[in-house]
Design a protein around this ligand. Structure first.
Ligand code: HAM
Length: 428
């Protein structure tokens, strides 16, 4: 039997990880400017965390979670889940460690793998990678604005142009019941023609009907009342202020009253950034406000509200690659040298030299000992090394090294004390 990676999960090879590293480096440096600190939570959480935070009625919790009993095989064991997203874990950690007691807002970011058993396709995987950030402890519209401004900076640093910000308010605790009632009333005589999910959601959480993707249901959904007619005063003011701030800072967005997102914790602001280069899976990132989530996980009212986003690294990288097709592809720093021990006897001195040079900052690798010189030089050229250092009996004894400059083909003798600086000069 051929063993391969699990369906929907893939190996990220060095040609991929170099892009992921570039994105992660850009994100860390932008997050630092906005005073975010890193949080690392476990990849496994109690299943109940997601059913409570993300919502029983979502596709994620209903159909896509990898859940298993602990101990394995024990039907009465604790149900554990591979995290499908990290907002729930972040808020759990915020509550568990009483972080609201620290001074100021709590700004946290995370990076790592998430797991959803979705139908795999380009840009959609069962193990995918997110970078996310959450601001906890406040609910001002300026916080929402700053989060979106931070995303604008990150997109620019990654060279991604043409991402579209889509914005909505999904209402607050006070207006939701009124809006739900209006939706139920509007749906009452349409439900028999609608899909089974819509029929169920109309009872459990009518807002989720707006998230239906079944083409035949779309005309009915388009005619439903929008939440904007039901927003209570605070929620309406919050959204109006956010829009004013975005306008004042030249941040363009498209208002989409049907944008409800696939997770139930959202209140008021909800947003996505879409990108044309991504095909069907065109959401680069998504997020929104979730006031009340910390409280539903046991925090007091003083723990405040929250807002955050998560970007799909796999999709961000596709957009970065599309943007840089004409520009330079990132490449790793080239090797400064390949050491060539001419026989097994020179392996010891070569290893000793390699360690000394690396301590001095030289990026190098070793050729297998005792190979023909010509073959080792070919290897050095294929690896893109700037120089080859020949380690033979004489060199090991005298500590005067033969260095071949692989760009010019010239060979010279270099004294031991000058070797590191010489190789760095050739390799930089
Ligand atoms: P989400 O919209 O479910 O939100 O996911 C955020 C982003 O993760 C998506 O826009 C997409 O780029 C990426 N993504 C999601 N599923 C997949 C997949 N199967 N394959 C590849 N990429 C995927 C959340 O996860 C929320 N926790 C975001 C958030 C943070 N809201 C508030 N704070």
């Amino acid at each position: 039997m051929n063993l391969t990676a699990v369906k929907g999960m893939r190996d990220l090879l060095p040609a991929d990880t170099i892009w992921f590293q570039r994105l992660e480096d850009a994100a860390r440096s932008v997050f630092a400017l906005y005073n975010f600190d890193e949080l690392r939570t476990p990849i496994v959480e109690p299943a109940e965390l997601f059913s409570r935070a993300v919502g029983e009625d979502t596709d994620i919790v209903g159909k896509e979670m990898y859940t298993f009993p602990d101990p394995p095989g024990d039907p009465d064991g604790t149900r554990l889940t591979l995290r499908p997203e990290a907002t729930a874990s972040t808020v759990r950690a915020y509550v568990e460690h009483r972080m609201w007691e620290r001074p100021g807002l709590t700004r946290l970011y995370y990076m790592g793998p998430m797991f959803r058993r979705e139908r795999p396709q380009k840009g959609r995987y069962r193990q995918f990678y997110q970078i996310g950030a959450e601001v906890l402890g406040g609910d001002g519209a300026w916080i929402d604005f700053e989060l979106l401004a931070m995303l604008r900076m990150l997109l620019a640093r990654c060279g991604i142009e043409g991402a579209e910000l889509v914005l909505n308010s999904v209402g607050c605790a006070l207006d939701r019941p009124v809006y739900h009632a209006a939706l139920r009333a509007a749906l009452a005589d349409k439900l028999p023609q609608m899909c089974a999910d819509c029929r169920r959601r109309a009872q459990t959480n009518p807002l989720r009907v707006l998230d239906c993707k079944v083409p035949a249901d779309q005309p009915i959904i388009a005619a439903l009342p929008t939440i904007h007619d039901f927003l209570e005063e605070n929620c309406r003011n919050h959204f109006a202020l956010l829009r004013q701030l975005l306008d004042a800072h030249d941040m363009h967005y498209r208002l989409d009253p049907r944008l409800v997102r696939g997770l139930d914790y959202y209140t008021s602001t909800a947003f996505e950034f879409l990108h044309g280069a991504l095909g069907a899976q065109n959401a680069l990132l998504g997020g929104g406000r979730y006031n009340g989530l910390a409280q539903s996980l046991g925090a007091p009212a003083s723990a405040g509200g929250g807002i955050g986003f998560a970007l799909g690294e796999d999709r961000f990288v596709l957009a970065m690659q599309a943007a840089s097709a004409a520009r330079q592809t990132p490449s790793k720093s080239p090797l400064m040298a390949l050491l060539l021990p001419l026989s097994q006897a020179e392996l010891g001195p070569a290893l000793e030299l390699a360690e000394r040079l690396r301590r001095a900052g030289v990026r190098l690798d070793l050729a297998p000992p005792g190979r023909k010189l010509g073959k080792s030089l070919e290897l050095a050229a294929k690896l893109g090394a700037a120089a080859a250092v020949i380690v033979g009996t004489d060199e090991a004894a005298t500590r005067e090294w033969q260095v071949k400059n692989l760009a010019t083909g010239l060979q010279s003798k270099v004294a031991d004390g000058e070797l590191a600086a010489h190789l760095q000069a050739l390799g930089n």
